[in-house]
Design a protein around this ligand. Structure first.
Ligand code: GLN
Length: 195
């Protein structure tokens, strides 16, 4: 079997380190900016950055509908921070014209971690990664305010706020796993791709 090709949405934000993380794990990773580039990938990483800008650029590049279609067909995806916002069903405190894919049945609120709104770090127990806690970096991170019945919560902070969730083949994190040398969150996603 040919190795899966992993796309990283590269319209804006922290895409370069995702490409590097995937390559370090032995994957073929390609930057995605156009519909033909999307057509060539088996899964997609939606990075952190600015979800309002990415939403606009997805429309401007004719990528919003093609990505939505691939997600509806079951394409595996990993969304981190702004990427989580883009994959959520509902976005609070967004721009009025901000769009999201609704691939994960969660409601997120942008930039809402209370006094820790700018950035903080935490060691997380992540379901499926029992060996050691995952060191997670949060940067103006979204808060998950509501989780639908089909969503599995993989990690929490503050005794119960979800910061990593999975629904079907889509994995989302409030934090930035590409900023840590620990690549196990990317590995979880690649396991989904291989399945
Ligand atoms: N606050 C950003 C947004 O709303 C997300 C921040 C990030 O991706 N680090 O899109």
């Amino acid at each position: 079997m040919q190795a899966p090709v992993v796309g990283v949405l590269a319209l804006q934000g922290a895409f370069a380190l995702h490409v590097r993380a995937l390559e370090r794990l032995g994957s073929v990773a390609v930057e995605v900016r156009t519909p033909p580039e999307l057509a060539g990938v088996d899964g997609l990483v939606l990075p952190g950055g600015e979800s309002t800008t990415m939403s606009k650029l997805l429309d401007a590049n004719g990528l919003f509908e093609p990505v939505a279609e691939r997600l509806a067909e079951g394409m595996p995806a990993l969304g981190t921070c702004a990427g989580m916002i883009l994959l959520a069903r509902e976005v609070l405190d967004g721009r009025a014209d901000q769009r999201s894919f609704g691939a994960v049945d969660i409601t997120v609120r942008r930039n809402a971690f209370g006094r820790q709104v700018d950035s903080f770090e935490a060691d997380l127990e992540v379901a499926g990664l029992p060996e050691a806690p995952v060191h997670a970096v949060f940067i103006r991170a979204p808060v998950v305010e509501d989780v639908g019945p089909g969503v599995e919560v993989l990690a929490q902070v503050d005794g119960g706020r979800p910061v990593a969730c999975r629904q079907g083949r889509v994995l989302v994190t409030s934090f930035h796993p590409e900023l840590s040398p620990d690549l196990r969150v990317h590995e979880l996603f690649l396991r989904e791709l291989a399945a």
